[in-house]
Design a protein around this ligand. Sequence first.
Ligand SMILES: O=C(O)CCC(=O)C(=O)O
Ligand SMILES: [Fe+2]
Length: 351
Amino acid sequence: MSGRGTAPSYSCACFFNDNIFIEEYQLHVRFTDVQQFTRDYQKALQSRGCHGAEKFAQLLETVKKEVQRRMTLAEESIRRKAEISLYYKPLHPEVYVLQECFLAEEFLEAVRFCESPNASLEGLLNHLYSIPGKRIYCFSIFVPQFCRDFVEELEHFEKSHLEKGRPNTMNNYGVLLNELGLDESFTTPLREKYLRPLASVLYPDWGGGCLDSHKAFVVQYSVDKDLDLSCHYDNSEVTLNVSLGKEFTDGNLYFSDMREVPSNERRYTEVEHTIGHGILHRGQQVHGALPITSGERWNLIIWMRASSIRNKLCPMCNKEPQLVETAGEGDGFTMIKKEDGGETVDVCTVI
Ligand SMILES: O=C(O)CCC(=O)C(=O)O
Ligand SMILES: [Fe+2]
């Protein structure tokens, strides 16, 4: 579980048929049936170079396959995780248990400040670098030795013959940390003990103080794999993006406005990343990664979720979520049944 114990997990129904990314045409689509898909996207696809009935039919098949994949995703992930825990022998078992010596002193000081009685946003800005007006914050988070060992561990896993799940439809290369068994003793304590105090001061309006689950993964870019990441928003309230290495040129992040700003009015700011540094941003702030031109770029991404926020509005379909119980970890929605009814109640359980 992503830190939620044994409570049931929920996704929004939109997960199964919305926000399907078609890389070739740089388009996010929704699929309910052929008629709807043709009506909504045929013209847009034609204008992006999808000409002819055969190409359109091929694309339709790809989209249908993606919908099918999403239906069995939770069960598949549970199966992979069980196999990994049975057969995988870690190279660096120590990186699976978060230790304070992995963390940069600057980060620990910032967290201590947030937990002190005089914590304030103004004071915290003395501990972090902030991008003016963007609510994006950068700071050193991991020591160099940890970054090296962590990447080595992930490379070791990549080389194993075990089946691997991929982060999402936009990233073709990377590792899902929960399947590798990192959630319980690494990612959850990192979120609860360190990131949540910071986020409570930086993003109180996004449930920063009650981030109660997450999805964590590592994305990998290289000249013979993915080079970049298109513009998108995350399925998170607050996202942490850490540069882990290895060595690469270019590949800066870019940030725009919040998703509700029309695309023709958006302004972009490039942000250079440094190995061992973390960048915190709101998940709904549109962003992407520019192409690398050499080397390998590995980044740890933690999509942190606050059920108290997303229970009201799903960050992906921007509607009241339609909860579907899932076999796996779900997407951070919760449902508390009232004794007499069965209504959804929003709770901010932990601060
Ligand atoms: O490659 C990156 O640094 C950005 C990744 C990202 O934005 C995501 O996976 O949500
Ligand atoms: Fe993202």
